[in-house]
Design a protein around this ligand. Structure first.
Ligand code: ZN
Length: 397
């Protein structure tokens, strides 16, 4: 898809969809496990041109080119090695099983990754599960007995796999045409009007209000705030049952059923919360300046550590770290990235090439500064450092 064809808002079709911030040449594949520093540095790059729709509040990357992204590569986005995230997933699965009495039912998960969450929900409710994910690695995780995973993108012809609960977590932000995608999911449920859908996406307010600018990555072509997610679902023929900001406000979760009658796009826009939309408009207007300030602030800080001879490492080898190291100058003063996920250890950071190592390597590295990319994990990281007898300065990005 070229800039031309994505010039209209992918959510509502309006042409008042204008670029407000540009981050050129970002690594395209942040979750891929690169096997050498050279391969990591040579990995494919693409431009991010964030655009805002004045009609519905949608934010997306107008320069996004789906042909550049290949989810079939050796991929690892699993967060469930973190006890904090594992608790959250279990709690979410339990809540869905309880609230919608998902017992002895059929559960589908689009973009199921390792199949961890799908297995959880199938075990909790004795359900049958089917997952769709081209990047799924068979055998990487022990699945529940009644779970089957197809290594394919979810598509129209999968509608034959009828489901009572459809889950789709951290996928919609990767889909260039979110409205068409939701239309497809809706059509697959038309014979089962009691079915429930559960979607989870990153909360874009974190990026635009709290300036977590490192959450901007090439693979995310869409950035949803609560009012825009709500209006997208309603105008795609769903009735929104619940919309929350879980995981300390970092995610948005939406639970919905098929609406009795489909509301047209235009009618649903009357329902966009104009105040909330105005808030997003103000935030995006200031965003480009804020990005520049943040980049300079961290570049200076890392440069001063390097001058003082301090050894700094980053804890967390995920998407935020890739963006951070690629956006901040003096990122090369960071020589190591630590991650608790054994699957990531031994790989290298896209674009900048730092090796990802296990936490126990820190005893020998003896860092003076540990940069923590996500405040949610601060306590967990502090206690691990404490157990190793390390007391570095901890900086939360
Ligand atoms: Zn729009």
């Amino acid at each position: 898809m070229s800039r031309e064809s994505s010039a209209n808002c992918p959510s509502c079709g309006s042409n008042s969809y204008e670029v407000f911030a540009e981050l050129p040449e970002m690594p395209v594949h942040v979750g891929v496990l690169w096997e050498s520093p050279d391969a990591a540095r040579a990995s494919r790059r693409g431009d991010v041109a964030l655009a805002f729709c004045r009609s519905c509040g949608f934010v997306g990357n107008r320069a996004f080119d789906p042909a550049r992204v290949d989810y079939g590569l050796r991929y690892d986005n699993a967060l469930h090695f973190s006890p904090t995230f594992r608790d959250y997933e279990r709690h979410t699965a339990e809540r869905l099983v309880e609230r919608y009495d998902v017992r002895g039912r059929r559960v589908a998960e689009i973009g199921c990754g390792s199949g961890h969450f799908l297995s959880l929900i199938c075990e909790l409710g004795a359900n049958r599960g089917i997952g769709f994910d081209p990047s799924h690695e068979p055998g990487a995780e022990e699945l529940a007995k009644e779970v089957r995973i197809l290594r394919e993108y979810y598509a129209e012809d999968h509608a034959e796999h009828e489901a009572d609960l459809v889950c789709c977590r951290h996928v919609l932000e990767h889909i260039p045409a979110p409205r068409e995608f939701l239309d497809m999911v809706r059509r697959s449920l038309e014979n089962n009007r009691d079915a429930v859908v559960y979607f989870e996406v990153p909360n874009a307010l974190l990026v635009f209000r709290d300036l977590s600018i490192w959450d901007v990555i090439y693979e995310h072509c869409n950035y949803f705030a609560a009012p825009t997610l709500d209006s997208l679902f309603r105008s795609s023929g769903f009735e929104v049952v619940d919309l929350q900001e879980p995981y300390e406000g970092q995610f948005l979760s939406i639970e919905a059923r098929l609406a009795p009658e489909r509301i047209g796009v235009r009618a649903s826009q009357g329902g966009v919360d104009r105040d909330a939309l105005g808030e997003v408009a103000d935030l995006v207007a200031r965003f480009a300046n804020h990005v520049q300030q943040k980049r300079e602030e961290w570049s200076d800080r890392l440069a001063s550590f390097a001058r003082a001879g301090s050894k700094s490492v980053i804890w967390g080898g995920g998407a935020k770290t890739v963006s951070f190291l690629n956006l901040v100058e003096a990122g090369d003063s960071i020589e190591w990235v630590v991650d608790i996920n054994p699957g990531k250890q031994g790989s290298f950071i896209a674009g900048t090439g730092q090796p990802v190592v296990a936490p126990d390597r820190l005893a020998e590295i003896a860092p003076d500064v540990v940069v923590v990319m996500n405040p949610v994990y601060r306590r967990e990281i502090e206690s691990q450092l404490h157990e190793m007898g390390l007391t570095p300065e901890i900086l939360v990005v």
